[in-house]
Ligand binder design. Sequence first.
Ligand code: AHR
Length: 500
Amino acid sequence: MQKAKLTLDKEFTISEVDPRLFGGFAEHLGRHIYTGIYEPEHPTADAQGFRQDVIDLVKDLRMPVMRYPGGNFVSGYRWEDGVGSKDQRPVRLDLAWGAKEPNTFGTNEFADWCKKVDAAPMLAVNLGTRGPEQAQELVEYCNHPGGTYWSDWRKSHGYADPHNVKLWCLGNEMDGPWQMGSKTAFEYGRIANEAGKLMKWTDPSIEMVLCGSSGRGMRTFGKWEWESLHEAYDVTDYLSLHTYYGNADADTPAFLAQPDNMSDFILESVALSDAVGASKKSKKKINMSFDEWNVWYQTRDQVDQDEKWSVGRHQLEQKYTMEDALVVGGMLITLLSHADRVKIGCIAQVVNVIGPIMTEPGGKGWKQTIYHPFEAASLYGRGTVLRSLVSAPTYESKARDGAAIVMVASVLDENSLTIFAVNRDPSGQAVELTGDLRGFESLKGVQHSVLINDDLKALNTAADPDRVSPQPAGTAPALDGANFTAILPPYSWNVIRFAL
Ligand code: AHR
């Protein structure tokens, strides 16, 4: 058995967690919208055609914000197509994903669906094929009370009250050559600044997310942030980060080490933002919006079963394994560990498309393996993140040098202290984790649940939806005053909760 030690002190804090760290992302892509969240013919569909089984599964993830409508899709989207009488809405080609877009679900349906899942909408505007004018008009449509062309148009569609959308993304991945209307950093910075200006003039209460590079591996990473932030610093409140990890090389130790690279990416993006702020002598600090993150192999399960230009194609339907859940758990630990600067997070995506929830058209909905770490972190990860000092053996892999065999984040709220831990020891051993919880004299009890499976490739399916699901730890933790010992099983996600 391996050994690791955790030391923390009640007074040594990182930050309060912004609940928006546990957000989601819903794109018009594959079966996310059509037969995912919207399927009027489904037996559980409500009066608006929303699948109630999916609403229930999403609600349990307690996502405070939901990003929409893309993603790559937004860069060719005309938002006006998706509002008003459904029989008048045009059918369009979606060039981003080679699909047909019927527009039977649009901004107003999304706002209604968000209410049903207790999320606030986070809307992206099209800065690919469109520009500041249409972005401003969408803000006016959504947020202006009435008495103007666009706000009255909303009213005529049956929405007397404004949607009051607070968070807005200035385009999506604008440095990517795959993006419709992709731009250089300077071109993007200028158009983002002008769009953001008009949007904030329309509603000064809104907050803006500027696109960072579409990934840390992009040739433009660094220079992109520096140049675009220089142009758009004044309108920017958050810088966006996107990251997907996969195990296409079947190298599990390297795959499990990847959340540490996510941590470096955050530190680098914060440094870039602060450097621009310093060069502008600005007092303003720009925080991070990690608004696309997940496991996505990008090479596996990508086969389109449906013909091009059809509605709701089977695209990006990643089937998540036990080891994928460990990486998602590690990414959640990374986000929590940077809660001082990462204020928004959106797991990408939510239903069917690289999502924690899968559905069959006309049939069941179920929880993929990655649903479980997200649900636990969203439920117990709100409060104050404490500095978790971990002393543990490290291992080398192709992904990076010196990854600790155990990852930990600790969150304190009024009634409990929760320790999230991943055992990623590549030798496949259990880890005895001892904890020194300084400043905690009156711990009243402890519970330990684990996500494990002997087969790292185990999946949840419609026929066997609970194959990988949380269970009580085999060995209950020992608690002695402010010290504890817990056994983290081989390759496990652990939630250890102390009552105060
Ligand atoms: O989430 C899937 C896609 O990944 C999004 O559309 C895009 O923003 C990213 O490249």
